[in-house]
Design a protein around this ligand. Sequence first.
Ligand SMILES: Cc1cc2nc3c(=O)[nH]c(=O)nc-3n(C[C@H](O)[C@H](O)[C@H](O)COP(=O)(O)OP(=O)(O)OC[C@H]3O[C@@H](n4cnc5c(N)ncnc54)[C@H](O)[C@@H]3O)c2cc1C
Length: 381
Amino acid sequence: MDVLISGAGVAGTALAYWLRHHGFTPTVVERAPRVRAGAGVVGLRGEALDVLDRMALLEQVKALHTHLGGTPRPDGDGDPPAVAFAGDLQILRGDLVGLLHEAACQEVEYVFADSIASVEQDPAGVRVTFERGRPRRFALVAGADGLHSRTRSLAFGPRERFIRHLGIYTATFSLPGHLGLPGSDRLPGMAGKAAGVLTIRDNAKAHAALHFASGPLAYDRDDVTQHKRIVAGRFAGEGGPIPRLLEETSRAQDFFFDVNAQVEMDRWSSGRVVLLGDAGYCAAQTSGLGASQALIGAYVLAGELADASGEHTAAFAVYEREMRGFVAEHQQMGREGADRFFMGTPLHEGVGMVAANVPEVACGQIVRLKDYAPSFAATRP
Ligand SMILES: Cc1cc2nc3c(=O)[nH]c(=O)nc-3n(C[C@H](O)[C@H](O)[C@H](O)COP(=O)(O)OP(=O)(O)OC[C@H]3O[C@@H](n4cnc5c(N)ncnc54)[C@H](O)[C@@H]3O)c2cc1C
């Protein structure tokens, strides 16, 4: 059974792995020319670690654990402060997606630099047109194309209907080490703004984040130069290490800028089209659990399709039932995290700012991973 997955992020690459594992034939279409790196650190927790274990990737993920730390104290006095962050394990998003992609890329067709342009369902399947490639038919389409999902817009309606804006914008980017920025793990409080520098793996790398409060902004989501300009404008005139961080944004190859928002939908499937990860139920960056949700969602969706022998209506209904409570809880955490985000600046001593307000609640309390049949002899439609 041929399944098209839109998006090669955490959710899409994990779904491709699990669908292949169960005997389906997934094809992944990714808008970027390759698996995207991205400077961000994502937390993994609870049953998400179990999913990685079942993929035999847990040890590799542990080896890539970022061991986030604060920057060394300027006077060299004492160890860098410890950093709290959501999740039992933290990993660079790009490292995680790279591992997930490698786990099944030999057996899965990946199409890069293309995107779905239209989906047309009929009783037997879905006809999909692409921006570049020729039209193709699939039995099912899974939208794993993130917060601003095109699959969602095409099959469910305009994005404005489903997005809850939480009033914070975030930029993240890599730094070549902590740059000796004095005390940059606890930057001075700035009204409605915050920043942090976290070191990764004994300062082999560092990661910077700049956040500001704002209502919805209109900008081109593909124009990174414009994103950098917006951030520079918001932080203009701030002192301390901010000018140096802004200077580094011009060099950053992996600059990521997005809104902290949630996706709220009554249902995640429409006929033969289904959503997972941020596309269907983004819990917001302030939940710290988007990657965990994406991994668990991919595992459950593929498993339920296998259990139902590819009968998508039944499978999607169970997938949704399994995931609802879990997602609702994470979304609540995301909203609470956003409400507290700028509280208490100047920042809590020694705590990485990004992490300072992430609630310490375990993930995976509601979803219990089922054991799905290891393989399903899927028949072609
Ligand atoms: C480059 C990047 C950097 C990120 N950095 C951070 C961070 O610093 N902090 C944080 O909390 N979260 C970050 N995120 C979001 C985080 O990865 C997700 O919240 C979480 O991992 C859930 O993953 P997902 O697979 O559902 O969505 P995502 O990780 O967003 O993946 C979606 C994928 O779909 C692709 N895509 C988008 N539109 C289309 C289209 N029309 N056709 C085909 N493919 C498409 C994207 O290129 C991406 O590869 C980042 C996401 C990206 C894409």
